[in-house]
Write a protein that binds this ligand. Structure first.
Ligand code: OOG
Ligand code: MG
Length: 258
């Protein structure tokens, strides 16, 4: 029997101290169900310290990410208020282990999501969409994990910036994405890389929540998943992401303490 609460505590501490732990698999083989239990238990620890969930994120919604990380299924995790950074923020890197950044879009929901949605009705559940940058930081050594390991680790969630919200969803399905670091283009892609259309992320979230017997309240954030592979974050970097027709978001990293 795996002690799921003990695993949640180890992962939570690893994140708090910014010190990695050994990968769980193959020594500790969690089922996917157990992995989501660990994820929930680690979020409960954050909530008991005063953090608040603000929405959910999807992972591995693009081929580029699946190939980069060697996994082949979609996963989901929780976003808390402590992960939200101001657009344009200056971020100290010492609170992370080996952070990476990836370009995404973020949705703001307009209605409770309490049942499985179809693609046709998805847009009616949205208030707005914004360009986003996600900082992921696996709590496992060398950023290596099995699918169950990364689920237990709340899908490597660590931080995000969100650009200005817009209500124009036209063109989102195939909007071009460019991520720059210090002016140099490091990733290019299209929102079509996200399940063929990022709106499908909303559909997937609705199905995943309903399978778990959960409801997402109106006013929640949904990170659709990265459109391209992630890039390692270094100090003194200006990271900028533009999503054509939607907008841009950015942040600056520094070595110092937070
Ligand atoms: C897991 C998180 C994946 C995405 O957008 O695909 C993810 C990881 O790559 O460490 O956030
Ligand atoms: Mg992501």
């Amino acid at each position: 029997m795996n002690d799921l609460h003990a695993i949640a505590a180890r992962l939570d501490e690893a994140a708090r101290q910014a010190v990695p732990i050994a990968q769980l698999a193959p020594d500790v083989a969690l089922s996917l169900e157990e992995a989501y239990f660990v994820q929930r238990a680690s979020i409960e620890r954050r909530i008991s310290r005063g953090e608040r969930t603000v929405g959910v994120k999807l992972g591995f919604t693009s081929r580029a990410k699946m190939i980069q990380m060697g996994v082949d299924s979609l996963i989901w995790g929780w976003l808390t208020d402590a992960m939200l950074e101001e657009d344009g923020a200056q971020l100290a890197l010492d609170r992370f282990i080996h952070p990476r950044v990836e370009p995404e879009v973020c949705f703001l929901t307009r209605r409770d999501i309490d049942r499985p949605l179809t693609l046709l009705e998805a847009a009616q559940y949205l208030e707005a969409v914004a360009p986003a940058l996600e900082i992921i930081d696996s709590r496992y050594q060398d950023f290596r994990f099995s699918l169950e390991d990364v689920v237990a680790d709340n899908c490597s969630s660590a931080g995000l910036t969100i650009g200005p919200w817009t209500r124009s969803f036209d063109g989102l399905g195939n909007a071009g994405v460019v991520m720059r670091v210090n002016g140099r283009v490091v990733q290019t892609g299209s929102c079509a890389a996200i399940l063929g259309d990022p709106l499908r992320s909303l559909v997937q979230v609705s199905h995943l929540l309903s399978q778990s017997g959960l409801m997402l309240p109106a006013g929640s954030l949904i990170m659709a998943g990265a459109a391209t592979a992630a890039v390692s974050l270094r100090p003194d970097s200006h990271v900028h992401c533009i999503v054509n027709g939607i907008g841009s978001t950015e942040f600056i990293t520094h070595r110092g303490s937070s």
